[in-house]
Design a protein around this ligand. Structure first.
Ligand SMILES: NC(=O)c1ccc[n+]([C@@H]2O[C@H](COP(=O)([O-])OP(=O)(O)OC[C@H]3O[C@@H](n4cnc5c(N)ncnc54)[C@H](O)[C@@H]3O)[C@@H](O)[C@H]2O)c1
Length: 453
């Protein structure tokens, strides 16, 4: 163990370390809170001044983090019961040191940070190619403040090779004097958070971790240890990067299979959910995925494309990903055809019909609309001339492709006035039995009404 490693372990033992989290969104804020709960002094860094201000005011903007948690992590003025700051002293040595969480838009704080965790977005570009510009920008900022002993961990989902082939050269660009694995430490650890889920959180979920060198793995592991679920070490950052992409590709492909099962049962005149429920009784060798309106969220519709893009550079065609993507992307169109058919049976055209879309969030009980298939359904219905309204208790208003919409105020009136109601998100707060009675015609993409009977 060299001196740098000894100092690091000493700081960690006393929780006398300053941790930075770059990107305070769905992933970064819960991680920052987990580190603060473990007793570290944590500074969140985000380009969005509104998020930084909200954290400083103790006001949460992420459903999974109640504001009371942020308020409890605010620094306490010197002179009060506990003193805020590094490895905050506590009166009783058996008590865990009190962590604090503050936030800033100013990267200069990294000068004083011992470890930094990158949780910035990794979207797709216009032609479905990875857009790692946010990661690159964060790494460039870190590089300006890289110093001996610093631990850098990338958490953003990305293609295998990003940590070693992109981040490492950026960090080292102006630091010939610093060697990775000796003077500073670099690792990748994918985030597995599922917003809205309470049984598995960042503090309990097993954490896959791969270091550029064994010392990098050990250093990152030392920081994560007190804060997150059990560490699952793997041999390299590439293995950790690939693990995350495989997990999400597994889901995309199986959702694609469930969706195709629905399409096939439709042709065969069978009830796909009856078949699925029956298959789901098999105690082994079967895992139940359900059909729905299409893929949504920031991970499942996007991450597999990171993998297929990387493979294309190696002249390999990731066929399962392409097929699942094709089927899942077509689902909104399938459901719009079902609306058309149902209205047709009632001798009504889509054009001019009043259609109420219930739920625009990509999944239940959250307000996250990223990649939500409900948006495609609304768009396609409007293209056919429908008069579309929506209701979502979690999304008061939104703007999509130049159209601004607001959730209907009077749900009861909207239900009875709609020619057709399309259920796209199965929020628990809805009274499904009542909705079932109140609506004239219903297309239920989530199979929630039948489930409730
Ligand atoms: N949302 C999820 O459920 C989830 C789950 C697992 C993994 N991930 C992955 O985690 C990463 C982050 O996702 P998210 O959902 O938290 O995104 P998000 O959009 O909710 O948050 C990202 C934050 O990063 C900030 N940001 C962007 N560029 C920055 C920069 N250069 N410096 C500082 N801040 C910057 C943004 O302002 C934003 O607040 C992505 O790679 C995503 O694929 C997300």
């Amino acid at each position: 163990m060299n001196n740098i490693e000894k100092q690091l372990i000493g700081k960690l033992d006393a929780r006398n370390a300053h941790v930075a989290v770059i990107g305070l969104g769905y992933v970064g804020l819960p991680l920052a809170v987990a580190f603060a709960h473990a007793g570290y002094r944590v500074t969140g860094i985000d380009l969005d001044a509104r998020k930084v201000d909200a954290i400083e005011q103790g006001e949460s903007y992420i459903e999974d983090i109640p504001s009371t948690i942020l308020q409890a992590l605010r620094p306490v003025p010197v002179g009060e019961a506990v003193v805020a700051g590094v490895g905050t002293p506590v009166a009783d040595s058996r008590m865990q040191p009190r962590g604090v969480l503050t936030a800033t838009t100013d990267f200069r704080v990294l000068t004083d940070c011992d470890a930094v965790f990158i949780c910035v977005p990794t979207p797709l570009g216009k032609t479905d190619e990875p857009d790692i510009s946010y990661i690159v920008s964060a790494a460039e900022e870190i590089s300006r403040y890289l110093h001996p002993g610093m631990v850098v961990v990338l958490e953003s989902t990305t293609f295998p090779g990003t940590t070693t082939e992109v981040i490492l050269p950026l960090l080292q660009a102006d630091h010939d004097e610093l060697s990775v694995g000796e003077d500073f430490f670099l690792a990748f650890s994918p985030e597995r958070i599922d917003p809205g889920r309470t049984d598995w959180t960042v503090e309990t979920m097993p954490k896959v971790l791969g270091g550029v060198t064994p010392a990098c793995l050990a250093a990152a592991q030392a920081y994560y240890g007190p804060a997150v679920g059990p560490i699952v070490p793997v041999s390299s950052p590439e293995a950790a990067e690939m693990t995350k992409l495989f997990e999400n590709t597994f889901r995309a492909v199986n959702i694609g299979l469930a969706n195709e099962m629905l399409l096939m049962c439709d042709r065969l005149g069978l009830d796909a959910w009856e078949v699925l429920d029956a298959a789901g009784t098999k105690p082994f060798g079967f895992m139940k995925f359900t059909p729905g309106p299409g893929l949504g969220g920031h991970c499942i519709p996007i991450d597999p494309h990171y993998l297929s893009w990387k493979l294309r550079t190696l002249e390999y065609n990731a066929r399962f990903i392409a097929l699942a993507s094709e089927i899942n992307t077509e689902m909104p169109r399938y459901w719009v055809q079902k609306v058309q058919d149902l209205l047709n049976d009632a001798a009504k055209p889509v054009n001019g019909s009043r259609i109420l879309v219930l739920g625009v969030a990509y999944k239940k009980n959250v307000g996250d609309m990223r990649e939500s298939p409900a948006l495609d359904i609304i768009h396609l219905l409007r293209e056919k001339g429908a008069n579309v309204e929506y209701h979502d208790p979690y999304v008061p208003s939104f703007s999509y492709e130049g159209t601004a919409m607001a959730s209907v105020y009077d749900l009861d009136a909207a239900l009875s006035q709609a020619d057709c109601v399309v259920i796209t998100t199965d929020h628990d707060s809805y009274d499904w039995a009542y909705i079932g009675k109140r609506a004239q015609l219903i297309i239920d993409t989530r199979h929630i009404l039948t489930n409730r009977r």
